[in-house]
Design a protein around this ligand. Structure first.
Ligand code: HEM
Length: 129
């Protein structure tokens, strides 16, 4: 895969991914349905915004910013301190689905990215219910 054809580039690169992550956390902050996960997060979402952007960058074939700072992502292990069941997964995906619709250009790159996000969010569940 040449650099021009990474999902990172196809989706619009850093500027677009930052907009996606910012919109996602704004929605988490605003939507009543997202309170179930908003309350798990720190009051200040600045570091969550930065880390999710860095993670997406590397995950999509762009600069591996998260790994460079924190080592292997081990996302499921990093989420173990938080009780994540179906309700938390669905609230997370609700915010992300809306952010995707608003920010990312429609097309195959968005669809493929969405499928990976859904799969990872489901894998993140660490308790029943
Ligand atoms: C399935 C539901 C999910 C819940 C409820 C959840 C919740 C959380 C919480 C509470 C934090 C800590 C934030 C803070 O310090 O304030 C966090 C961190 C993070 N989450 Fe999630 N998360 C979910 C799914 C995901 C998914 C699917 C991804 C990636 C696609 C992701 C990426 C991250 C990253 C990169 C961090 C920062 C990790 C670190 O501190 O090193 N999360 N998440």
């Amino acid at each position: 895969m040449s650099p021009e054809t990474t999902p990172f580039a196809e989706l619009g690169g850093e500027a677009v991914l930052r907009r996606l992550v910012d919109r996602f956390y704004d929605l988490m902050d605003e939507l009543p349905e997202a309170y179930v996960i908003r309350k798990l997060h720190q009051e200040d979402l600045a570091s969550a915004r930065q880390k999710l952007f860095e993670y997406f960058s590397g995950w999509l074939g762009g600069p591996p910013l998260f790994e460079a700072k924190y080592g292997h992502p081990r996302m499921r292990a990093r989420h173990m301190p938080f009780a994540i069941g179906t309700a938390e997964r669905d609230a997370w995906l609700l915010c992300m689905a809306q952010a995707f619709d608003e920010v990312l250009p429609a097309g195959a790159a968005r669809d493929a990215f969405w499928q990976r996000v859904v799969d990872l969010a489901d894998f993140m569940r660490n308790r029943e219910g």
